[in-house]
Design a protein around this ligand. Structure first.
Ligand code: HDD
Length: 751
């Protein structure tokens, strides 16, 4: 095998996917001297892989390799054809015996069209069916060769293309984005030594400790099988029945009932590899590792009432948010951090690092940043890419290995297995979005939908007829870490797995007052939807092992007497190392303090103060805010000063849940009209209740009063602009950067 062939990328045409933006393509092996995403370009005809330059034009041996452009279709200026390339003369009328006669069986054009249509859907994912994805790149901060042989971490500035899919778990493919749910955070790294899929979530722990329980968990949370309800919701009997009988779920339930489960945006949530993995370096030395993604924009969430309302106003809220941000050139960015520790250190922890219901607190092992990921390109086609992408936990590269986490073991099997029915056979790795950039050579053959045309008569190894090719890579290949294994075959779990409450308590105790309140409210809401009182009882009894304040708060809202605590599985639970970890609060990661991509409504009607609209909109836009002029209807409206404005949104099509803040400019006429419009009052009440930043200018203050919102100097998010509109806008931007103003919350809500 010559050097060129060995180094030939399987998907050398990947750069072409960037189209006119080819300069932004983070080619495998491309090195960048600076952090500027526009630097580090490679050309379409040349690819640098592992330091070797390969002529992509020559890379045509494999059907998918070479030009990915071959599979991209562009019908502009083209004639309509059948799938066999036969030109279609008439796409409107089926072939009939006479104009009023029967359609004919021999109409192969009609039959091909209908047959294809009949088969256009594939099974949705059994979990994580609803998702949105984007392309981007990972950039390594500095060589990690002392820790791992993984090539993507080999050099400073090295960029590796990624495709990332975010998802909800329980809902079906067409369900709403803002359900209370875990979010999937799956990253496919197209490294030059093969694909690595880091299939994580936005929460660092999981419901169960063993894959054996996964089908039961999923059956419990999904719609109840007799009537198919409720969609995309855990607030029902079967879920709470299962988790209340499964105390190991308690820690995850704390995260699920927190605002982490209703993120403001996919761009504003953390990601976690969840399990403890291994890094293995070229010398074969291993360290344990936990992966953390931290968003540059910080961690921010919705509030429950808002999430419920947004699910009606825009079921695609998160999909649209991601798409629009990338489309506008504001692709989101995360920093990848790792917690690195040795087996000996792990043994000293009060918990077991093989237990996926446990975190390793940052106070015990700090997070070291190792690189950044930027998502900068939307998919060309939702089905071909977002739907057909297949993440598999078993996809690892040299330098990354597994541990004996029993949940991970089941996952290593499940993901490859599920694609076989979802994507129709064993060749899903050939679908362009799944195909690695690294070359693929093996003796696997045939199967449904095979794309590759293998040449030659040899499809076995060892062989002499093909010179022994493809040959085993030996130590250049994937060598598993030689972890010693001993023990009897048995079913059971290690001792520390039996402790279920220490970290649930750690999480609850690490939250701010308002976060704790939201957790109590969420438990109370979900359990209020449970129809069997014994389930509520059992769950609250379990919560007593986390915090009496939590259990009491939930019991109060359910009109229950506080039950006795549920007996614990561990008779003598180990003492936790720490009681509080500030890093577990959403407030620990406020973000970069900017307001770019935040959405602000300027409420307007005929007679609005046009100068104020102009000044405020200008300042906000310059700060990167997405501004919409929300009118009583869309279309032109005349301002007080005679200027004409175009309302590009209306109180009907853009309710307040879709915005991060709102401004009510002056203009006596406009304010009068809005005051008489229940939708405007509702808009402001919702925005206020959801903690949004609000500002009234001039006569706009009257509208606040009409909505029942009274000025309050202690409320940092409630502004009545008294200075010039520009000064007021500056104050508004500062308040908006705080994201939300939970200090105004009361129970029950006063507005
Ligand atoms: Fe899973 C999909 C994350 C446990 C079996 N899982 C799936 C996806 C994510 C996760 C993000 C969507 C990937 C995509 O966007 O296509 N899953 C997790 C995490 C887990 C976890 C972080 C715990 C740490 N999963 C888990 C277990 C099993 C599965 C224990 C089975 C034993 N998961 C699957 C699956 C899915 C899946 C059935 C459905 C569709 C797919 O794989 O491709 O195989």
């Amino acid at each position: 095998v010559g050097d060129t062939a060995a180094a030939m990328p399987h998907n050398a045409g990947k750069a072409a996917e960037y189209g006119a933006d080819a300069a932004r393509c983070p080619f495998t092996g491309a090195h960048v001297a600076t952090a500027d995403p526009s630097v580090g370009a490679s050309t379409l005809s040349e690819t640098e892989v592992s330091g070797k330059t390969v002529d992509a034009a020559a890379a045509g041996v494999n059907a998918v390799g070479g030009e990915l452009a071959r599979v991209r279709a562009d019908a502009s200026a083209q004639m309509l054809t059948t799938n066999q390339g036969v030109r279609v003369a008439d796409n409107q009328h089926s072939l009939k015996a006479g104009l009023r006669g029967p359609a004919l069986l021999k109409d192969f054009i009609l039959r091909e069209k209908i047959t294809h249509f009949d088969h256009e859907r594939i099974p949705e994912r059994i979990v994580h069916a609803r998702g949105s994805a984007a392309h981007g790149y990972f950039e390594c901060y500095k060589p990690l060769t002392d820790l791992t042989a993984a090539s993507l971490f080999a050099e400073q500035g090295k960029r590796t293309p990624v495709f990332v899919r975010f998802s909800t778990v329980a809902g079906e493919r067409g369900s709403k984005d803002t359900a209370r749910d875990v979010r999937g955070f799956a990253v496919k790294f197209y490294t030059d030594e093969g694909n690595w899929d880091l299939v994580g979530n936005n929460m660092p722990v999981f419901f169960i400790q063993d894959a054996m329980k996964f089908p039961d968990l999923v059956h419990a949370v999904k719609t109840e099988p007799h009537h198919g309800m409720p969609q995309a919701a855990s607030a029902h009997d079967t879920f709470w029945d299962f988790v209340s009988l499964m105390p190991e779920s308690t820690h995850m339930l704390m995260w699920l009932m927190s605002d982490r489960a209703i993120p403001r945006s996919y761009r504003m949530m953390q990601g976690f590899g969840v399990h403890t993995f291994r890094f293995v370096n070229a010398q074969g030395e291993s360290r344990l590792v936990k992966f953390h993604w931290s968003p540059v924009l910080g961690t921010h969430s919705q509030v429950w009432d808002e999430a419920v309302k947004v699910s009606g106003a825009d079921p695609d809220f998160h999909r649209r948010d991601l798409w629009e941000a990338i489309d506008a050139g504001n692709g989101p960015e995360w920093e990848l951090g790792v917690q690195i520790f040795t087996e000996e250190e792990a043994e000293r922890f009060s918990f077991d690092v093989l237990d996926p219901t446990k975190i390793v607190p940052e106070e015990l092992v700090p997070i070291t940043p190792i690189g950044r990921m930027v998502l900068d390109r939307n998919p060309d086609n939702f089905f071909a890419e977002t739907e057909q992408v297949a993440f598999c936990v078993a996809h690892v590269v040299p330098g990354v290995d597994f541990t004996n986490d029993p949940l991970l073991a089941g996952r290593i099997h499940s993901y490859v297995d599920t694609q076989i029915s979802r994507l129709g056979g064993p060749n899903f790795h050939e679908i362009p979005i799944n195909a690695p950039l690294a070359p693929v050579h093996n003796n696997q053959r045939d199967g449904m939908h095979r794309q590759t045309i293998h040449r030659g008569r040899v499809s076995y190894e060892p062989n002499s007829l093909a010179g022994g090719c493809p040959f085993q890579a030996g130590m250049d290949g994937y060598v598993p870490f030689p972890e010693p294994v001993a023990g009897d075959e048995l079913r059971g779990h290690p001792e520390k797995f039996a402790e279920h409450y220490n970290q649930a308590a750690l999480f609850f105790n690490s939250q701010t007052d308002w976060e704790q309140r939201h957790i109590i409210n969420a438990f109370a809401f979900e359990l209020s939807k449970v129809t069997v009182p014994a389930i509520r009882q059992r769950m609250v009894a379990s919560l007593r092992n986390v915090s009496d304040e939590l259990a009491q708060g939930v019991a109060d809202q359910l009109g229950m007497v506080l039950p006795e605590p549920l007996p614990r599985a561990a008779a003598q639970p180990p003492a936790p190392e720490i009681e509080v970890s500030p890093a577990l609060s959403l407030t620990a990661r406020p973000g970069d303090g900017g307001v770019a991509t935040r959405k602000v409504a300027i409420l307007a009607a005929e007679g609005v103060d046009g100068a104020a609209v102009a000044a405020v909109a200008d300042m906000l836009i310059r700060a990167g805010v997405v501004v919409r002029l929300v009118g009583q209807r869309i279309g032109p409206l005349q301002a007080e000063d005679g200027s004409t404005w175009d309302a590009d949104a209306s109180l009907d099509n853009h309710p307040s849940g879709l915005f991060d803040g709102a401004v009510v400019p002056g203009g006596v006429d406009a304010v009068g009209r809005l005051q008489a419009d229940g939708r405007a009052l509702e808009f402001l009440r919702d925005a206020f209740r959801h903690g949004k930043t609000l500002m009234a200018l001039g006569a706009g203050a009257t509208l606040f009063e009409a909505a029942g919102i009274t000025p309050d100097a202690s409320d940092g998010g409630l502004l009545t602009g008294s200075g010039t509109p520009a000064n007021s806008a500056a104050a508004f931007i500062q308040a908006l950067a705080k994201h939300r103003h939970p200090e105004r919350e009361t129970a029950p809500p006063g507005v």
